[in-house]
Design a protein. Structure first.
Length: 241
């Protein structure tokens, strides 16, 4: 995926009472945002499944109340998207982990106490073309594969399924159906692990609803991560695992 950034992003850190504590530049990884936006486009039928590696650009959404340069969120716009594609707005808290990491520098400088609460604002400033940044996944060459999804009625799937979570269904949720034997295997895996963490990889099939562009997944198998580094409060997937 070729992801362009045409702005530089800064965090402005303030005390809860409003005193200015400092600024620092951010270097967020926008790849998860791009992948999320691509999935939303595929679910809505406005982006093809095989456009995952298409070029796209990060667009800041400026706060309507405070105006530029303050950011309320971002959008990822794909170059080859059709006119019906409307990229989802990813809220400002996408930057939170970057801000928290940067705030540690203010702690070391004595401007912010360790564990002291703070608020922040995100600013975006356009940069000239020669300073614009981009990132891309590895390109193995060859033509892009054509991914045709089988169509299965989603209503039929839902009618034959039992919900695991008690949380109310949200229209933005991506429907995922897990076979009972997979749940039983995962439960047994957790039981035999005792007080250590355990996990694995879930694999299955992706389908398109026969009555709408919506996607849904069926998990058919779980593969235990037998070589993962497991402890009482962690599970690390190494290249060996």
């Amino acid at each position: 995926m070729t992801l362009r950034t045409e702005h530089r992003y800064l965090a402005e850190v303030l005390a809860p009472a409003g005193q200015h504590l400092g600024n620092f530049e951010l270097a967020p990884d926008f790849t998860p945002a791009a992948e999320c936006s691509h999935l939303q486009g595929v679910r809505g039928g406005t982006l093809p499944v095989d456009y995952h590696h298409g070029p796209c650009v990060v667009e800041p959404m400026f706060d309507e109340a405070t105006g530029r340069p303050y950011v309320a969120g971002i959008r990822i716009r794909f170059d080859e998207a059709g006119p019906d594609y409307e990229p989802p707005v990813i809220p400002r808290n996408y930057f939170r982990s970057c801000v928290e990491a940067g705030a540690n520098r203010l702690v070391r400088k004595g401007r912010l106490g360790a564990g002291e609460p703070f608020v922040y604002r995100i600013c975006a400033f356009p940069v000239s073309p020669e300073y614009r940044t981009s990132s891309a996944t590895a390109d193995v060459g060859g033509s892009r594969p054509s991914l045709e999804l089988d169509r299965v009625p989603l209503t039929q799937r839902i009618a034959g399924a039992a919900r695991i979570s008690r949380i109310a269904w949200n229209a933005q949720d991506h429907p995922v159906f897990v076979r009972p034997d997979v749940i039983e295997e995962a439960t047994e895996l957790a039981r035999t692990a005792g007080d250590r963490e355990t996990g694995g990889i879930l694999v299955g099939h992706l389908y398109r609803d026969s009555e709408s562009p919506e996607l849904h997944a069926e998990i058919t198998t779980q593969i235990p991560a037998a070589l993962a580094d497991a402890g009482h409060a962690h599970l690390n997937f190494s290249p060996r695992a």
